[in-house]
Design a protein around this ligand. Structure first.
Ligand SMILES: Cc1cc2nc3c(=O)[nH]c(=O)nc-3n(C[C@H](O)[C@H](O)[C@H](O)COP(=O)(O)OP(=O)(O)OC[C@H]3O[C@@H](n4cnc5c(N)ncnc54)[C@H](O)[C@@H]3O)c2cc1C
Length: 411
């Protein structure tokens, strides 16, 4: 039960990034309400739950062991379109795989511990500004309507961004979104529980990739992102026909299926306006290379929570003041997102044949070592620069130079 109808901050969306924003804003003393339209936080699930230790520490959001399936991810197996596999393994574990739904519940509990309130299952369907306030109407599944107001709205409502649109900011465009599907499978053969597998293949997953994220030595979250419309059908095709995968999954069992869409073209043009901040997927703060949106989105969301709480204290909820949110998140993650966007552009322009050649070049002495040293789930800028400066890759870049230039020029 909520306590009031007038708040300092209303956060629309009770998933990972809404929870991060609410938690910090409440901790800084603001009166915060989170509105979530689903009855159970985290459900429907829409994620692989693969997060870096560095990111979780940065967010002070380490999940408790009972919601972690696999705490020991050391690296990846990269699979070329022709099936050639390269293994990249770091010396230390750097990521974990957890239950994403339970992770969201854990984050919401943290926000509530700091004093945030939660209204669910209610869908915010209308938001209007009037005299430095925003008036919000939300409806329950039974049709009960509630009227609320706040000085600032933090939209953490995911890609559809209905409330953001009503208040004048745009969520990611449809063409920025990749369709994704993921099956939870058991009895898969040849799983190394310390390695995530990434399948580069235009044939089955154009404009993104397929993945196996191990939960144990025989079970995994197996998924794919694609620019084609029906991701689950495409994932079935991948599982039935991919030369490396088909034999490994022939005796396996799928016990749960999920789907979602991921923005992969980087941040939207503007993430602040009068009385409004956008965080997470609605702001396009998702990694264009891998589609991860919980760590970088979470960093931006925590910054938003902090800026919003300060704005309330200073009685400055105008866009001129709230601009500092965009400045601060860009300072921390903006360059990384920009570089990832260029890398994604380039990869998406390459044919499977060109990608096979790229894998052959990567096998050259020293390059794998560079990837192992500089590869990072969240920050790929360092590795991108290192690879760009690697002499033995120059002939390859020269051959694909038109695509490289196009990728750099593309927005
Ligand atoms: C298949 C798949 C696998 C992924 N794997 C990973 C991964 O391993 N690691 C990673 O970091 N990221 C991953 N991602 C991306 C990640 O799931 C998203 O980036 C992340 O969920 C974004 O969080 P968010 O809080 O911004 O938005 P969302 O998670 O989309 O949450 C928005 C919430 O707002 C609610 N809502 C929307 N509108 C309203 C409204 N009007 N009123 C009330 N409530 C509303 C929604 O119900 C939802 O709960 C994956 C995505 C997919 C699809």
């Amino acid at each position: 039960m909520i306590m009031d109808d007038d708040y300092d901050i209303i956060v629309i969306g009770g998933s990972a990034n809404g929870a991060q924003a609410a938690r910090i804003a409440a901790k800084k003393g603001a009166r915060v309400l989170i509105i979530e339209d689903h009855p159970t936080i985290g459900i429907p699930e829409h994620c692989s739950g693969l997060f870096s230790y560095y990111g979780l520490e940065r967010l002070d959001s380490m999940p408790p062991p009972n919601i972690v399936f696999n705490p020991e991810i050391y690296g990846s197996r990269l699979v070329a379109p022709n099936g050639k596999t390269i293994t990249v393994r770091k010396k230390e574990r750097h990521a974990l795989v957890c239950d994403r739904a339970k992770f969201d519940q854990f984050l919401i509990d943290k926000a509530i511990e700091e004093g945030a309130e939660l209204l669910k299952p209610f869908r915010a369907f209308q938001a209007e500004r009037s005299e430095n306030k925003v008036f919000v109407k939300a409806k329950s599944k039974d049709g009960d309507t509630i009227s609320l107001s706040s000085k600032i709205i933090i939209s953490a409502e995911g890609i559809r961004g209905e409330i953001a649109k009503q208040l004048g900011l745009s969520p990611p465009e449809k063409k920025a979104l990749i369709n994704a599907a993921q099956f939870f499978m058991k009895d898969i053969e040849d799983i190394d529980p310390q390695l995530v597998e990434l399948f580069q293949t235009r044939e089955f997953a154009p404009d993104f990739f397929g993945w196996i994220i191990p939960m144990s030595d025989s079970s995994a979250k197996v998924g794919l992102g694609t620019s084609r419309p029906r991701a689950a059908k495409e994932l079935e095709k991948l599982l039935n026909n991919h030369k490396v995968l088909k034999d490994r999954v022939k005796n396996s069992d799928t016990y749960y299926k999920i789907a979602g869409r991921i923005p992969i073209t980087g941040p939207v043009k503007k993430t602040y306006a009068n009385q409004l901040l956008l965080v997470g997927d609605v702001a396009g703060q998702t990694k264009p290379t891998t589609g991860g949106g919980v760590i970088l989105g979470g960093i931006a969301a925590q910054i938003a929570g902090e800026v919003a709480a300060e704005a309330i204290k200073n009685d400055r909820t105008d866009s001129k003041y709230l601009r500092r949110y965009e400045k601060l998140w860009k300072k921390e993650i903006g360059r990384n997102l920009w570089i990832q966007r260029k890398v994604r552009n380039y990869i998406n322009l390459l044919s499977d044949k060109e990608m096979n050649i790229f894998f052959e070049k990567l096998e050259k002495k020293g390059i794998i070592a560079q990837i192992e040293k500089y590869g990072d789930v969240d920050n790929q800028a360092k590795l991108a620069f290192k690879l760009l400066r690697t002499l033995s890759l120059y002939p390859y870049y020269l051959k694909t130079s038109v695509k490289l230039i196009k990728a750099l020029m593309q927005k």
